[in-house]
Design a protein around this ligand. Sequence first.
Ligand code: UD1
Length: 418
Amino acid sequence: MSTILVNGGRVLTGTARVSGAKNSALKLMAAALLAPGASVIRNVPDITDVAVMADVLRHLGATVTRHGHTLTIDATGVADVEAPYELVAQMRASIVVLGPLVARFGRARVAMPGGCNIGSRKIDMHVSGLERLGAEIAFEHGFIEATAPSGLTGADVILDFPSVGATENLLMAAVLARGTTVIDNAAREPEIGDLVDMLVAMGARIEGRGTATLTVEGVEALAPAEHATIGDRIEAGTLLAAGAITGGEVTVTGFEPMHLEMVLAKMVRAGCAFEILPDGATVRRTGPLGAVDVATLPFPGFPTDMQAQFMAMMAIADGSCVITENVFENRFMFADELKRMGADIDIEGHRAIVRGVERLEGAPVRSPDLRGGAALVLAGLAAEGETRVTDIHHILRGYEGLTGKLAALGADVRIAED
Ligand code: UD1
């Protein structure tokens, strides 16, 4: 069992480069299933979630090879259409193989997903959307089975909520359906634009990229493609927050700053200054952090994946604020751990009232999930003394070399193997 050890109090300075976006790469890998032949995906982060998705694809019969940050996925030999429980339970995002498998093979069986424990995380929109495209869905023995023996047919789908995963699953199903599919109230996260770009490179016909209405003209077949993953905006936000929480000056490169517009706007209100670069941003903080309310919303709103890291900053801000979580239930688990470090936080339903304290104290804490774990590391950077973060497998699922990148910025942080 490894832990992350942080000795707080260092001011971070310097430059860090983000890896490719986890939430993009996983879906780009699933998209490779849509065409026989070898697709090449560059800028793929070296994280556990990607390794799990590679195992899912291998289980299905694809060959997956990694050279540095480039993955080659040859989906020619895909013969099985079942994603087993042992793999799906490790990573909920495996559900996105459902759409491409049923689109290409007319059949898919995927174990009911597990993953981060941050709410009930239903899949009803994935299911009803695929049904609209003509798939028959059955739930049996813990599996979702989708069948469409004579192929999928385009249809109009209106999502109840702009779900990222449902939008992606439906997109990957619709590209090989007969006729036109319109996905309305589609999620607009940048990772979906990245998926659209890869699908278009494979020969898909999609309009409305970046908007809430995606129109897909189904095509007979797709071809493999080469594509580079966008930079990870959430990793970028986390590293910028590390600069801000320690009162330093940190440049983060390798991502599109417009993808982080709302986060940067909130950080400016909290007293940070930014310089926007062509492929990144520099954060600088000269005065104390101020308290700022945030409410998470689908893109372009404040990302739920930055909520915990922002709360860590607000824990030492001057004044009180309200952080509202609108996307997931049960995403404040890390707040109890933060309180063990001296934070003053009250949770009322989906709102957290955070009263800034003068300083946090290092403490042993447990990482409850991916972003909550990252937030505890950030809190440790600003805390007095040593913070020992356990259950770091959550953090390793989604951050490539987080401790190394922070250490290169001057943090006293390392992974300790017990
Ligand atoms: C993705 C991201 C995750 C991010 C989230 C929101 C990946 C691998 N994960 O998760 O990091 O926090 O987007 O930006 O890309 N919902 C339903 N029914 C459904 C689908 C979703 O009720 O069929 C609900 C969920 O329970 C949740 C909300 O919709 O409350 C948002 O979920 P969704 O946008 O689907 O998130 P994910 O794709 O799971």
